[in-house]
Ligand binder design. Structure first.
Ligand SMILES: [Cu+2]
Length: 142
């Protein structure tokens, strides 16, 4: 068992590991009648191996999905993504009009100044928890 652990350690050393750092997370304030909002952030990978964001959990919405925004026939549309790659020594931006974390079926009204706990789930790095303040931001069409 000790040998196995030592081997695992060596494997981890030789293949490198992702090192995820989340910066500037925030959630868009929406009118009380809205059942949807979105979360944004910068996800850096300071490690030397890529990782993938594969899901998000939160208490404030029934569902959290990874989305991207595309232009199609002059219309802005959203597409669900199964995962988002965070390249080694690279970063991914989640921002209005781009990739975002869609919060669907909000369970409560999100007001500017409050904080929302988001649990980001990565394929290799596991769960990373962030506190995202609610801010006013541009509305996006759905
Ligand atoms: Cu969306």
């Amino acid at each position: 068992m000790k040998l196995f652990a030592a081997l695992l350690f060596l494997v981890a050393l030789s293949f490198g590991v992702p090192k995820i750092v989340v910066k500037d997370p925030w959630v868009r304030e929406v009118p009380p009648v809205s059942t949807m909002s979105a979360a944004f952030m910068e996800i850096y990978n300071e490690g030397d191996e890529e990782d993938y964001l594969i899901g998000v959990e939160t208490d404030v919405a029934r569902v959290a999905e990874l989305h991207t925004t595309i232009m199609e026939g002059g219309m802005m549309k959203m597409r669900k993504l199964e995962n988002v790659k965070v390249p080694a020594k690279g970063k991914v931006s989640f921002k209005p009009m781009g990739k975002h974390i869609m919060l669907i079926d909000l369970k409560k009204v999100l007001r500017a100044g409050e904080k929302v706990k988001l649990t980001l789930i990565f394929k290799k790095s596991g769960k990373i928890e962030v506190q995202a303040p609610v801010r006013r931001g541009m509305m996006m069409m759905h």
